[in-house]
Design a protein around this ligand. Structure first.
Ligand code: FES
Length: 318
């Protein structure tokens, strides 16, 4: 069985165990968040040994040159020698400008920071040296503040802290931006943006970015929730559709009946019925991993081209 060498000690990996989990199990405090190779909060430095390709997937050329790797996605076949990575080399300082509840469960955090990003990308926000969480950006670069939508979980190490303790004027470290779920369509192309929960945040940014770049093709937004209370960003989307004739909004709930603002309907059936074939669409899917995976598969079955489908799947914030 392969071993991980750190601080002059050896930690044995069990079958199918990542470097991150082996080190956490041995009592090391290694930062992490998504545990799925997306957020880069678990970066470590490899001193010696062979890294599997998956451990560096999605890293930049300069990160690879520095021999950095994602410890949550590293399942080595042979011994590796690693050191913690001072992620602070990649951090920027952001000031909390404002925070407000968008619904009882969703908090908006407005940050001021010198970050260059594209709408639809995501960042890590660090509470301290070991706790970071990943959030998609709801704003567009020309906005005066960077906006994040945070689902607040009772007892959540980050979200409950942000809700109860973080205050305007406080400073937090951020890392990023990351991700390629960004506007990159022809100006007259049809866009389909489908999302659940706080997955609507990056979709809202992408729609606004498209409009800011004079997109003339139809922009179809399908906003889904289990119940009407989950449609916390509906008013903002309705305003967007009211001001732009090429923005078409459907708000769907799994249960809760019909109203002037939403419809009780199955999201997958609605997309299949209303937008097939999808071969000329640019498609953006954001939200819970199960929703994104199922909708993605369905889009391919409806003719979507692989390079035209962009996904951003995250578990709700913790
Ligand atoms: S915890 Fe490893 S990439 Fe997110």
């Amino acid at each position: 069985m392969a071993k991980v060498y750190i601080d002059g000690k050896a930690v044995a990996l069990t079958a199918g165990q990542s470097v991150l989990n082996a080190l956490l199990g041995a009592g090391y405090r290694i930062p992490y968040s998504c545990q799925s190779g997306v957020c880069q909060s678990c970066l470590m430095h490899c001193e010696r040994g062979e890294l599997p390709a998956q451990a560096t997937a999605g890293l930049s050329a300069s990160q690879r040159e520095k021999k950095l790797f994602l410890s949550c996605s590293c399942f080595p076949d042979s011994d590796v020698s690693v050191t913690p990575y001072a992620v602070k080399e990649e951090l920027l300082i952001a000031e909390v400008m404002a925070k407000r509840h968008l619904s009882p469960r969703v908090l908006e955090l407005q940050l001021h920071c010198p970050l260059s990003y594209h709408a639809g990308q995501y960042i890590n926000v660090w509470r301290d040296q070991t706790i970071a969480r990943t959030y998609s950006i709801a704003s567009i670069p020309s906005d005066p503040v960077l906006s994040l939508h945070i689902e607040v979980r009772a007892g959540g190490q980050f979200s409950a802290w942000a809700d109860q303790q973080l205050a305007p004027g406080d400073r937090v470290n951020i890392q990023g931006p990351m991700g390629d779920c960004t506007y990159q369509a022809e100006p007259d192309q049809s866009l389909l943006l489908a999302g659940t929960g706080t997955g609507i945040a990056p979709l809202y940014g992408i729609a606004r970015e498209a409009l800011a770049r004079a997109h003339t093709g139809p922009i179809h937004i399908v906003y889904c929730a289990r119940e009407p209370e989950g449609l916390y960003w509906q008013q903002a989307l309705t305003r967007l559709a009211r001001h732009h004739s090429n923005v078409h909004l459907q708000c769907l709930v799994a249960k809760g009946g019909d109203s002037a603002l939403w419809r009780e309907a199955n999201a997958y059936q609605t997309v299949r019925a209303d937008y097939t074939p999808l071969n000329n669409y640019q498609i953006y899917l954001c939200g819970a991993p199960s929703f994104v995976a199922k909708m993605r598969k369905q889009c391919f079955l409806a003719g979507a081209r692989p390079r035209s489908v962009f996904c951003d799947a995250f578990e709700p914030s913790r």
